[in-house]
Write a protein that binds this ligand. Structure first.
Ligand SMILES: [Zn+2]
Length: 386
């Protein structure tokens, strides 16, 4: 439906925007006029669509089938391992599709999902869904490591070769520090061989001795992998400050993108602490100061690790500004803008509000801070062939 947006907020400006199966005109407030037949929308905020850089669609919506009694990461992994054996192609596909629809209703139009390579059923189901779902990517994620038991490395490599978009790993979960580093190097070698991206669960622990991120940066510095993402990096919260400063600089100079997953990590980390309990969040402010790219993931949607969540990335952003001390005016804006800028980097392009754009979100709020405060649903405008 042709639509004329009068006096809407676009970043820091008041604009008029005309939509007719794509953005067809854009100008300062008062500079454009509606065409006969246009639906008129007055005021509000217009942004590009959001992107989800880190979710587990194979496990989504499974939380109620095996409630996590202790609320811990370890029990989540154990419950998932039990459920995993009973997965069917149809079950994985249905839950993944339903979760994607939840995301869509919140304006999220790209999804990078991890798939546990311990389930060949889940790998096949999510790759088949990916082939029918524009904007979806799949990471081969060895939930229980690749060196800890026979057959895991082979299953992981088979999943990568079956057509995943990125190679995953979980170095902090391998038996030894050396095996963790070896898993990182193996992931990069496989990505180089097949021309894939790299996306690791990296140092998702409170152990300040978990130092895989520096190895990821060293590998990324070769520059022969198109995009490298390190998820979680919560150990950085507990690193000694001089070491954290070194790693933040390495992240920035190597071009590695860190993705924080504040909804999961604020409840899954700090579980070995008495009081005070650590927040389990990577150092977003220091990464920004170093010039690094940071994304924000929802991670779990009602799964064995985190029973809550709706697929609204603004909830993850809201949690991040709280636990990351990012409630300064400019910081809150930057967190919101991350959802439609840096969150798209894993997909290779960042959408903008410009003539020719195939999609936009219209929000019933006057500005980005109100967007974060209220976290409402947007109206999603998408080109019919988009
Ligand atoms: Zn994850």
């Amino acid at each position: 439906m042709p639509t004329f947006f009068r006096a809407v907020r676009v970043l820091d400006a008041q604009m008029d925007v005309r939509w007719d199966d794509g953005i067809v005109a854009l100008g300062a407030e008062g500079s454009l006029s509606p065409r006969p037949g246009d639906v008129e929308v007055h005021g509000g905020l217009v942004t590009p669509p959001f992107a989800e850089p880190h979710v587990h669609l194979d496990a989504a919506l499974l939380g109620a089938r095996a409630p996590n009694v202790s609320g811990t990461l370890r029990e989540g992994i154990a419950n998932w391992a039990r459920l995993r054996g009973g997965l069917t192609h149809e079950d994985v596909t249905t839950r993944a599709r339903d979760t994607i629809e939840m995301y869509r209703s919140w304006g999220v139009l790209r999804w990078r999902t991890h798939v546990d390579t311990g389930s060949a059923v889940a790998v096949r189901a999510l790759l088949a869904l990916r082939d029918k779902t524009p904007g979806m990517q799949v990471v081969a994620f060895p939930q229980e490591g690749i060196f800890r038991a026979p057959g895991r490395r082979e299953a992981w490599e088979a999943a990568v070769r079956a057509g995943c978009d990125a190679v995953g790993a979980i170095p902090h979960f391998e038996r030894t520090t050396e095996e963790g580093w070896a898993s990182v190097r193996l992931a990069f070698a496989l990505a180089r061989e097949l021309g894939l991206r790299v996306d690791l669960h990296c140092d998702e622990t409170d152990d300040p001795g978990s130092r895989n991120l520096e190895v990821v940066c060293a590998e990324a510095t070769h520059g022969d992998v198109s995009h490298v993402l390190a998820g979680h990096c919560t150990a950085m919260h507990s690193y000694p400050d001089p070491y954290a400063a070194k790693v933040c600089e390495l992240v920035a100079t190597s071009g590695v993108q860190v993705v924080a997953n504040p909804l999961d990590n604020v409840v899954l980390q700090g579980r070995y602490d008495g009081y005070p309990k650590r927040r389990g969040i990577t150092r977003v402010d220091e990464l920004w100061a170093a010039g690094a790219a940071v994304g924000i993931g929802h991670d779990s949607v009602m799964d064995p690790w985190y029973r809550l969540g709706t697929g609204n990335l603004l909830d993850a952003a809201y949690m991040l500004v709280h636990v990351g001390h990012l409630t300064g005016e400019a910081e809150m804006k930057r967190v919101v803008r991350t959802l439609h800028t840096e969150n798209h980097l894993p997909f290779g392009s960042v959408p903008r509000i410009a003539v020719g754009a195939p999609s936009l979100l219209h929000w019933p709020v006057p500005d980005e801070v109100e967007l974060l405060r209220l976290r409402p649903r947007p109206t999603v405008y998408e080109r019919r062939d988009a």
